[in-house]
Structures are given as structure tokens and as C-alpha cells.
Design a protein around this ligand. Structure first.
Ligand code: T3D
Length: 261
């Protein structure tokens, strides 16, 4: 049987590929468990220093699999439990991963699929990709972090318009809106994502973990609290072998060799 989520490791980079191309990698219940497990595996493995998330075929991820729901038995679906138990650990796993996460958005990213794409640290997209807050089209609100991520990256007016109008926007427009870092020709996307992830896997991984934590806390902190967060995280970074190596390499006018320690 074909695995619904693929996991591959090369040169310190793990690649997770959503693999149900016939339905644009819509998230079935059977996908959520291996997706979470692979994210946790990448987080825990010290040999992995960067993660790529992408999709097989012409889609990145069409969100929750709307065909995988059981028959309507008249009782209310407990979507809150589904989200808390199955989706939130995936989104938090990506956000809190102590190493960089790159999403390589190869095609449409809709609903919770768009949330997944935006949960990465760096979002790269193919010129064939598109982004759709599909939720309102089916009478739902954005979930899996989309309200938080959209408001933060695109700003309040764009977040509201994207969520309420549910218009599909092309990758170039998502890039103008601050939702995407760079757009590449479709044939180059995975190679570019792999090149960037491989480069980032040679960088000071612990400093990256600190950068992620600091920027995420900046959302809710006032300046005084954020200065304190920076001081605490900088203290940790300053004690790493990679910091010592960075300074030594600078003074010796040679390239630094970071080991993620
Ligand atoms: O209630 C809960 O479970 C809570 C969690 C909610 C989280 C969510 O993500 S809610 C949002 C769910 N997603 C959507 O509403 C998006 C639905 N899909 C679309 O609107 C369109 O498929 C796209 C705009 C994404 C792409 O359109 P297009 O024209 O490029 O492709 P298509 O022909 O619509 O789709 C291709 C196939 O994928 C098609 O199957 P078929 O006809 O070839 O057998 C289509 O049914 C299937 N597919 C696409 N999205 C889903 C899906 N099948 C199941 N679930 C999907 N989400």
C-alpha cells in the first residue's frame, strides 16, 4: 500500500511529502498520525538540522479530507476535539521545532493545507501554486492556526479579506502579501527548497531555535518583556560551541563550521 506521508533524509535535511496526489493531498485521518510522527521524529533526531514539507503531484494540500467524514448520524461532530487532538500537535510541532522548517508549496494550499504551509519558518512556492482560505466556502472559520498566521504575516485587512472572501490567490500575490518568501518556476521549486534547507542545515541550529522562540514570543509581549526574552535566549546562544566557532572563524578570516551544538 502506498504510504500517505513520505519521509526521506539526505545530508541532515528531512523531507516530509504529503502523498495523496489524487485528492490534492487532502488530510485524511490516516494521514494525520504519520504526519505528526514524522514531525516529532525530525524534531528529536539531532542529525536532522532542517525540514522540508511538500506535496506530491499538482497540489500541496487541499485541507481536511471532506470525503473522509463518517455518515451524518445526527449527533454534532466534535471538531474541537479533532482539532485539539490531531491538528494542533502538528501545527505546534512545526512552530516549535528547534530547527528550521521550509514549506515547498508545489500547488494549491487550501484550508488547513494553507495553515500547514504558513506554519513553516520559510515559505517557498512554485509559480503554479495558489493559496485559498477555503473555510468560509463550506461555512467554517479558518483553523489550524490560519487566523494567527494570516493576521501576523499579511496584516489585518488582508487576513479578513482572505478569510471572508475565500478567494484563491496566486503565489505571486501571496508573496506580495508577505505569506511567501520566494516564488520559483515549478520545475525548480524542490531543488531550490533542498538547496536552501541543506545550506540552513550547516548553520548554527541552536541559534535558529532561539530565533524562532524569540520571534514567536514577540507577538504577545510588550517591549520590556521581549527584551527579557532576548536576554535569556541570547545568554543560551552565547554559551554554544557554534557561537565560539562563529567568532573564531570571523577573527581567523575563514569560513565557520557550525555543528549545531
Ligand atoms: O471539519 C473538519 O474536519 C475540521 C477541519 C477543517 C480544516 C479544513 O481544512 S476545512 C477546508 C477543507 N478544504 C476545502 O474546503 C477545499 C476543497 N477543495 C477545493 O476547493 C478544490 O479542490 C481546490 C480549490 C483546492 C482545488 O481545485 P481544483 O479544481 O484544482 O481541483 P479539484 O478538481 O477540485 O480536486 C481534485 C480532486 O481532489 C477532486 O477529486 P475527483 O473529482 O478528481 O475524484 C476533489 O474532489 C478532490 N479534493 C480536493 N479537495 C479535497 C478533495 N477531496 C476531499 N477533500 C478535500 N478537501
Amino acid at each position: 500500500m502506498t504510504e500517505p506521508v513520505l519521509y526521506d533524509v539526505q545530508s541532515g535535511v528531512a523531507t516530509i511529502t504529503l502523498n495523496r496526489p489524487d485528492v490534492l493531498n487532502a488530510l485524511s485521518p490516516a494521514m494525520l498520525t504519520p504526519l505528526r510522527q514524522h514531525i516529532e521524529q525530525a524534531a528529536a533526531d539531532p542529525a536532522i538540522r532542517a525540514l522540508i514539507l511538500t506535496g506530491a503531484g499538482r497540489g500541496f494540500c487541499a485541507g481536511a479530507d471532506l470525503a473522509a467524514r463518517g455518515p451524518d448520524d445526527g449527533r454534532p461532530r466534535r471538531v474541537d476535539e479533532l482539532l485539539r487532538e490531531r491538528y494542533h500537535p502538528i501545527i505546534m510541532g512545526l512552530r516549535q521545532m528547534p530547527k528550521p522548517v521550509i514549506s515547498a508549496v508545489n500547488g494549491v494550499a487550501a484550508g488547513a493545507g494553507m495553515s500547514l504551509a504558513l506554519a513553516a519558518d520559510i515559505v517557498l512556492a512554485s509559480d503554479q501554486a495558489s493559496f485559498l482560505q477555503a473555510f468560509a466556502r463550506i461555512g467554517l472559520i479558518p483553523d489550524a492556526g490560519s487566523t494567527w498566521l494570516l493576521d501576523r504575516y499579511a496584516g489585518s485587512m488582508r487576513a479578513r479579506a482572505l478569510a471572508m472572501l475565500a478567494e484563491k490567490i496566486p503565489a505571486e500575490q501571496a508573496c506580495e502579501f508577505g505569506l511567501v518568501w520566494r516564488v520559483y518556476p515549478a520545475d525548480d521549486l524542490l531543488a531550490e527548497a533542498t538547496r536552501l534547507a541543506t545550506q540552513m542545515a550547516t548553520m548554527p541550529t541552536l541559534a535558529y531555535a532561539g530565533i524562532k522562540q524569540a520571534l514567536d514570543s514577540a507577538t504577545t509581549n510588550d517591549l520590556a518583556a521581549q527584551l527579557e526574552v532576548e536576554a535569556r535566549l541570547q545568554q543560551q546562544a552565547s554559551q554554544t560551541a557554534d557561537h565560539r566557532e562563529g567568532v573564531a572563524a570571523f577573527l581567523a578570516k575563514r569560513p565557520a563550521v557550525f555543528r549545531g551544538q
